[in-house]
Design a protein around this ligand. Structure first.
Ligand code: ASP
Length: 364
């Protein structure tokens, strides 16, 4: 009888060990080493991924000069965060400082380059999340805060709240000593032209692409097409902490007080050390309804999906099924990075702990 119990015990022990090492996922990612029947995850020391918006971005509509300008700015931004991480800094610092570079550039729909609302104003949204504590901060509809991601961070760290909006959020930014600008700081001719163009199409009930978002997307006169230009960053630091942040001007022609997904924790931004860090860009209404960023994390946590599988399920299936479009960038707790989008392009870049830099704009 004793031998029988011992045999049963050994049998179950061996069986459960082999379950632990086998993995049906065949994708070879950044830091994943694979052989025929098992997958060994090699944890990266640190990793960083960014986006500058997704959309109908086609090479034939892009000049070499503009493409170069985007790539230079994406590289400048990601190197800021990468240096912080390499020197042992926190993922939350890396995310904030990387986003600041893109917020200060007129190329992206965030900070300086924010799109115009229907009333020809600029109303900015941002959020940030710390995956080690699930602390998060968000600001919505501000018109005078130079770098909304900085406001999101002080709301997270110095206030008892998660989200503040409008004049109250602006007042808090002032109290916290953040850089305040006059509203004309956000004026750019290019974005105003985009608004006029979208309004014209709206007045003529004319759609230029096959979705309703033609009335709301950010029409970029330079790339002669529609895109979302929000910026975002997700990072893993040497202490194993994940963080993500997102900053945006929202959508061109948005109405009275409209808030998109970018400042919504779980939709535009999410980070959890147990799964991944995610930043979204796309048609915000759908990203809120699909709870995109949290859904990716939840699929990993509760269903055991890999980051790639989870991002694919949400971006290629759930969001388009509802009628929305866009994409995400994300990094998991092992430093595996994924950029998933259902549009023709997404401005994006990655850097790993081997200093390898990758910048892409189009689908392939
Ligand atoms: N998601 C943003 C919004 O709906 C737009 C963008 O990604 O550019 O406000």
């Amino acid at each position: 009888m004793r031998y029988y119990i011992l045999f049963i015990f050994l049998f179950y022990t061996c069986f459960s060990c082999s379950e632990l090492v086998s993995n049906p996922d065949n994708t070879i990612e950044n830091n994943k080493v694979e052989n025929s029947n098992s997958t060994e995850i090699t944890k990266a020391e640190f990793a960083i991924i960014i986006h500058g918006g997704a959309g109908t971005i086609l090479k034939e509509n892009m000049t070499p000069e503009l493409e170069a300008a985007y790539k230079i700015k994406l590289e400048e931004a990601i190197r800021v965060g990468h240096t912080i991480l390499k020197n042992g800094g926190s993922s939350i610092d890396a995310v904030q400082k990387t986003i600041n570079v893109m917020e200060d550039s007129p190329l992206f729909n965030a900070g300086k380059g924010a799109v115009f609302t229907n009333a020809e104003t600029n109303e900015l949204d941002a959020s940030i999340m710390d995956g080690s504590t699930l602390n998060s901060g968000a600001s919505a509809g501000t018109t005078t805060v130079k770098n909304p991601i900085n406001l999101a961070r002080v709301i997270m760290e110095n206030s008892p709240h998660v989200m503040m909006a409008g004049v109250g959020a602006e007042r808090y930014a002032e109290e916290q000593g953040l850089a305040i600008v006059t509203t004309d700081y956000f004026f750019t001719e290019r974005r105003l032209n985009s608004l006029h163009r979208v309004k014209e199409k709206e007045a003529n009930k004319e759609k230029t692409i096959d979705t309703e978002s033609a009335y709301l997307d950010f029409y970029d006169t330079d790339i002669k097409n529609y895109k979302f230009g929000t910026v975002g960053c997700a990072a893993l630091d040497k202490s194993g902490n994940l963080a993500a942040g997102t900053s945006t001007g929202g959508m061109t022609n948005k109405r009275y007080g409209r808030i998109g997904d970018s400042p919504i924790i779980g939709a535009g931004t999410y980070a959890n050390n147990n799964s991944c860090a995610v930043s979204s860009t796309g048609w915000g209404e759908y990203f809120i309804r699909a709870m995109v960023a949290h859904d990716i994390s939840a699929l990993m946590q509760y269903k055991g999906l890999s980051l790639k599988e989870a991002a694919k399920e949400v971006i290629q299936d759930k969001v388009p099924h509802l009628g929305g479009d866009g994409g995400v960038i994300a990094v998991d707790k092992n430093g595996i990075m994924v950029a998933e989008f259902n549009t023709t392009g997404m401005y994006r870049a990655t850097m790993n702990d081997k200093d390898e830099l990758n910048i892409s704009i189009y689908k392939d």
